[in-house]
Ligand binder design. Structure first.
Ligand SMILES: Cc1cc2nc3c(=O)[nH]c(=O)nc-3n(C[C@H](O)[C@H](O)[C@H](O)COP(=O)(O)OP(=O)(O)OC[C@H]3O[C@@H](n4cnc5c(N)ncnc54)[C@H](O)[C@@H]3O)c2cc1C
Length: 423
């Protein structure tokens, strides 16, 4: 049901088949590895109606360039010789592929195909939710202790590390490591240890009490124990225009986006450690930074504050709060309120970065767990939570310092305690 082709065969395939899906893959490409089993199983399911093709991108550059394919994997859909649907790239979910395949077929046929999807169940000893450093450390220790372990993540492995520009404080590397490389080494170590890595999957339901996780809509993983290592995400300001301009003028990740502001002006919202430290990084690119801080003082550590204050590119607006984000031509307009006078001022800028803290990723967890006042899970010194058999590690737990090393340490402790408990 799945055919590997060379670029010379492509036009013929398009002529002979009404519906075609084409996967540009590469070797040594983790998102391609994550896609392969999904593509295989969908070829089984849809293969009578849609032609499933694979093509090695590096070996068929001419076609890749002609079709505008710049990265692997890239999935393209064709109907009657014309490209249709979305172009899918990176950590592709099964439902995204199905959504595009379904647009090519009549409704009654879609129904028949969907009815053929059989629920499957996998039994394991431990399921680890979240393939950041905490979850990956836990999976490495568990797998090396011969504990059957499945590590599940809706994204590609690495968590926050994958979006970190350089990591210089993780022991074992003399030179700073690009975050994506460190994440890659960790994921390779997880695989080498023998844990089953299921990444770029949809996590549909988590049932902590019964130790069950439903992924990709039809696959239930039943475990004896669960480790929650779902990390944390940025907090939003919830003001006008924030959602609308997310990723289109407003960013939450300096590492990812600072490079787009070379010689440009930016506004940074926040005045804590992250805001101040990230402003130093952004200052390498931007020509001017205006930091908007709600309090009458910055709250970052003194050394970071002193460095920021000494940077002539950084100006600080204290006791100001953002009230809305708007587009004005190719600029962003930020309305800020002076909290001392109530006066609204407008800042025109090229881009906005928001650094106002993090929140634990627990949207999928509906079981009642003991948490602190900020919603982080309370765990004991062996990382046990208030639900028997459920552990939690890393940034998602209530603790003072959230770093790669501390997440890895939590994962280590949980997995040793867990392996003993399972024995
Ligand atoms: C920009 C930036 C720079 C940083 N720089 C450094 C640094 O230089 N040094 C340092 O030590 N620390 C740094 N940190 C902090 C460090 O990255 C985190 O402390 C660390 O990644 C936490 O690891 P974690 O495994 O707990 O969570 P995360 O890294 O947040 O990973 C959590 C994972 O869980 C997944 N997940 C979410 N929901 C679910 C779900 N329902 N089911 C399954 N999986 C789910 C996510 O997709 C993610 O992959 C930085 C953080 C940021 C944001």
């Amino acid at each position: 049901m799945l055919t590997e082709i060379k670029q010379e065969a492509f036009e013929k395939e398009l002529k002979e088949n009404e519906n075609v899906v084409l996967d540009f893959y590469s070797t040594e490409c983790p998102p391609c590895e994550a896609l392969a089993p999904k593509f295989d199983s969908l070829a089984e399911l849809y293969g009578k109606d849609i032609r499933f093709l694979k093509i090695f991108r590096q070996g068929n550059r001419e076609l890749a360039e002609k079709l505008g394919v710049m990265s692997s994997p890239t999935l393209l859909f064709f109907k009657n010789g014309k490209q249709v649907g979305e172009t899918l790239r990176g950590g592709i979910h099964r439902s995204q592929i199905m959504r595009n395949l379904d647009t090519m077929l009549p409704e009654d046929r879609i129904k028949e195909i969907h009815q053929k999807i059989k629920p499957i169940t996998t039994e394991t000893e431990v399921v680890v939710l979240g393939a950041g450093p905490g979850g990956m450390a836990a999976a490495i220790y568990l797998a090396q202790a011969k504990v059957d372990t499945i590590l599940v993540d809706p994204a590609l492995p690495g968590g926050q590390v994958s979006t970190t520009h350089q990591v210089s404080n993780y022991p074992g590397f003399v030179d700073p490591q690009p975050g994506f490389m460190l994440a890659h080494y960790m994921a390779e170590q997880v695989k080498a240890a023998g844990a089953n890595l299921k990444v770029a999957v949809e996590v549909n339901k988590v049932d902590l009490a019964n130790k069950q996780v439903l992924i990709d809509g039809h696959h239930t993983i039943r475990a004896k124990k669960i480790v929650i290592s779902t990390g944390a995400s940025p907090r939003y300001l919830n003001v006008e225009g924030e959602k609308e301009y997310y990723g289109k003028g407003i960013s939450y990740c300096a590492t990812c986006d600072a490079k787009y502001f070379h010689d440009k002006e930016v506004v940074i919202i926040g005045g804590g450690n992250t805001a101040v430290e990230e402003s130093e990084f952004i200052s390498k690119f931007a020509s001017k930074i205006t930091m908007v801080q709600q309090l009458p003082h910055l709250t970052a550590n003194r050394a970071a504050q002193e460095r920021a204050m000494a940077d002539p590119k950084i100006n600080v607006l204290l006791a100001h709060e953002p009230r809305g984000f708007y587009r004005e031509g190719d600029k962003m307009k930020v309305k800020v309120e002076d909290l001392r006078t109530g006066k609204i001022n407008e800042l025109l800028t090229d881009g906005v970065f928001v650094f106002v803290g993090m929140k634990p990723n627990l949207d999928m967890i509906h079981d009642k767990l003991d948490k602190d006042a900020w919603g982080y899970i309370k765990a004991d010194d062996e990382m046990r939570t208030s639900i028997p058999g459920v552990y939690a590690v890393g940034d998602v737990i209530s603790k003072k310092y959230r770093q790669i090393t501390t997440a890895v340490a939590d994962g280590t402790i949980a997995s040793i305690a867990l392996a003993k408990e399972l024995n």
